[in-house]
Design a binder for this molecule. Structure first.
Ligand code: HEM
Length: 259
């Protein structure tokens, strides 16, 4: 009887095809000269890249980030590159999407009414609202008087996002956006809400809502006619919306995670 052939189970690696340059490519690559990732910002040949491609390290105090809103805003703006051109393009877009804002807000509320965990929050009485209020979830509808009243605040927030003066880190705009974040955590932030039961909305739902608004606004911008807003401006506007929404997101998140 001939011996059973023993199969060689050791994996065979064919290194014959590996050339020196293949192995070289596994070493830390030497980056080419960095190129600007914001071509739309380069509106003229003489303009320079807004991104500091050779950054020196900024010193940031974690304590001040927590205790000083202007310091935090400066850091957020620097990090995400929120600049005056972002503010300008938001202001340019504002009148073009203004008429869509009621629809955006209606759709956001319809979204929040799709789930009991988000809908139930609207059974609470709003500050300043003394009209009829249902007590059961199924009786609460999107056209309930209190909901119509609530939407006014949300529309005002959306309009402020597009029209505010963002230049002063210690200014009213950032302070308002920060208070909007605080007031959803159960802490009273606005003087006009002092006499009312604290509002507690999970961070999860605030973040999801911000993401939802961001998508709707950006889609509306992209759908504008080229005559109203050039492609270059649309790219700038989409980027500016994203930046401001993420800053607002931080101004929610920081009060939930105490960071
Ligand atoms: C995109 C995220 C959100 C933004 C920007 C936002 C913004 C606002 C603003 C501006 C106000 C009124 C502030 C004022 O009194 O002047 C408010 C109040 C309120 N929000 Fe939000 N909100 C967001 C998410 C949510 C979510 C997810 C819920 C619930 C599921 C919610 C429920 C409420 C309620 C019940 C009030 C109280 C109104 C009152 O008692 O006067 N919000 N929000």
């Amino acid at each position: 009887m001939s011996p059973v052939p023993v199969e060689n189970t050791t994996p065979q690696i064919d290194i014959g095809s590996l050339s020196l340059s293949d192995t070289d490519s596994q070493r830390t690559p030497h980056a080419d000269k960095p190129t600007c990732p914001f071509p739309h910002e380069l509106i003229s040949e003489s303009a320079s890249c807004p991104l500091n491609v050779n950054p020196s390290t900024q010193e940031i105090s974690p304590t001040l980030l927590r205790t000083s809103l202007p310091d935090r805003i400066n850091y957020l703006k620097d990090f995400i590159l929120f600049r005056h051109t972002d503010e300008e393009i938001l202001h340019k877009v504002a009148p073009l999407v203004n008429d869509l804002i009621p629809k955006v807000v209606d759709e956001l509320y319809a979204k929040l009414f799709e789930f009991d965990v988000t809908k139930v929050i609207f059974l609470q009485r709003n500050e300043g609202f003394d009209g009829p209020l249902p007590t059961k979830l199924e009786d609460l509808t999107l056209d309930s008087p209190q909901l119509i009243y609530r939407k006014i605040f949300m529309k005002s927030w959306a309009r402020r996002v597009l029209t505010s003066d963002y230049s002063d880190p210690a200014g009213k705009t950032w302070s308002y956006m920060d208070k909007v974040g605080i007031m959803h955590t159960g802490v009273k932030a606005f003087r006009h809400r002092e006499g009312v039961k604290p509002l507690v909305v999970p961070y999860r739902d605030c973040a999801l809502s911000l993401g939802w608004v961001q998508t709707v606004l950006q889609t509306a911008i992209l759908k504008l006619d080229e005559g109203e807003l050039s492609m270059e401006e649309k790219i700038g506007a989409v980027s500016a919306v994203s930046k401001v929404i993420w800053i607002q997101n931080d101004l929610f998140a920081r009060h939930y995670i105490e960071e």
